[in-house]
Design a binder for this molecule. Structure first.
Ligand SMILES: [Zn+2]
Ligand SMILES: [Zn+2]
Length: 358
């Protein structure tokens, strides 16, 4: 191809797969709709195993004959193959590559992992290994994969047998990852109406970390909701109480008010049983609200700052939760995902200390 020689600032040495993945990451991080991201993730997966064939096709102009490569992704690949900065990537780096929010950098630098993430096994948008690769690139030592439990059918929650299969996949993925990072076995298990958890003790016992969340009957009266949440917190398998109020403050799913519960009773049970209260970093959740978060701090709770990522780029959301933790002066040692892996696993291993009788 006869192009004028690129000036230095226009150079790009990452190669086509890295360029496509970076575009997808930046789009996900800016909360773009899944369909806008999918083309780039699909193209990266198509190109990854092809090696020199990609260069050859770029020269011959036949990239678009490959499945999953269209006009915009072919343009990115051709530029990257020639060592030029793809225009789409340059624009995204300019518009979306800066810090997501002010503050939070200090606490974020202390985080070693993330306890809440979803793959395409439930309602996430990417395969397990892509979530793991991105967590490594963000500097994490561990990521807990927490796909949904069976009752959450709209989110393709995992049955016992599917979860058992996923655990084998997690082990296989770990075998291929570098030392110094571990993908941990987990679940975001539904808290059922009576406060029991939506998975068998046998399966829960095979996991490393369990996040328990309310996803149904969020408008339940205060007394039964309190009883329901306290029972879930006291369950010997529950390590993290996920997005405790269920509120939605912004975003394309609309807004939703917060569940009513007795915060002193629920957070008191968290303190007694060493259960972490999640600071859910998703911008549309910001859960718990600040008054409840302050109450949990005053009562002496542990916290987990989680991304609740449904796509790799959303793993970067944690800084939103970090900014809130920093603003309220939470001691980083009270945040369980500042802990080293061994300490985290020791803490999460059932049965938890504290009263186990409900
Ligand atoms: Zn959830
Ligand atoms: Zn979740």
């Amino acid at each position: 191809m006869n192009r004028p020689p690129a000036d230095k600032s226009d150079r790009y040495d990452g190669g086509p797969v890295a360029a496509l993945r970076r575009i997808a990451f930046l789009l996900e991080r800016s909360r773009a709709e899944t369909y806008k991201v999918k083309a780039f993730r699909t193209a990266a997966a198509t190109v990854l195993p092809l090696g020199d064939e990609v260069d050859e096709r770029a020269r011959q102009g036949t990239l678009r004959d490959l499945p999953g490569i269209g006009a915009s992704t072919a343009e990115v690949i051709e530029a990257a193959v020639e060592g030029r900065m793809p225009a789409r990537l340059a624009q995204l780096e300019r518009d979306e590559g800066g810090p997501l929010t002010r503050g939070g950098a200090e606490v974020r630098a202390r985080l070693r992992g993330d306890l809440h993430s979803h793959s395409d096994w439930s309602d996430g948008g990417s395969p397990i290994e892509e979530m793991a690769f991105t967590a490594i690139e963000l500097g994490h030592d561990y990521l807990v994969l927490t796909d949904h439990s069976p009752r959450l059918k709209v989110a393709n929650g995992l049955s016992g047998p599917r979860l058992a299969r996923q655990l084998e996949v997690v082990e296989a993925v770990n075998e291929h990852l570098a030392d110094g990072f571990r993908l941990l076995k987990g679940i975001e298990v539904d808290i059922l109406d009576d406060g029991s958890l939506d998975q068998t003790d046998e399966m829960l016992g095979r996991l490393d970390v369990r996040v328990a969340s309310v996803h149904s009957k969020l408008a339940m009266d205060k007394a039964p909701m309190t009883k329901r949440m306290v029972a879930a917190v006291r369950n010997p398998f529950t390590n993290v109480l996920g997005h405790c109020t269920g509120r939605l403050v912004t975003g394309n799913r609309g807004t939703r008010g917060q569940s009513e519960f007795d915060a002193d009773e629920v957070f008191g049970a968290c303190v007694e049983t060493d259960t972490a209260v999640e600071i859910n970093s998703r911008p549309e959740r910001r859960d718990p609200p600040t008054d409840l978060l302050q109450r949990a701090i005053d009562l002496g709770c542990l916290f987990s700052i989680d991304s609740d990522a449904h796509a790799p780029g959303q793993l970067d959301f944690q800084v939103y939760g970090c900014a809130r933790a920093e603003e309220l002066g939470i001691d980083p040692d009270r945040i369980v995902n500042t802990w080293a892996l061994d300490r985290l696993l020791e803490w999460a291993r059932p049965p938890k200390h504290g009263p186990s009788e409900v």
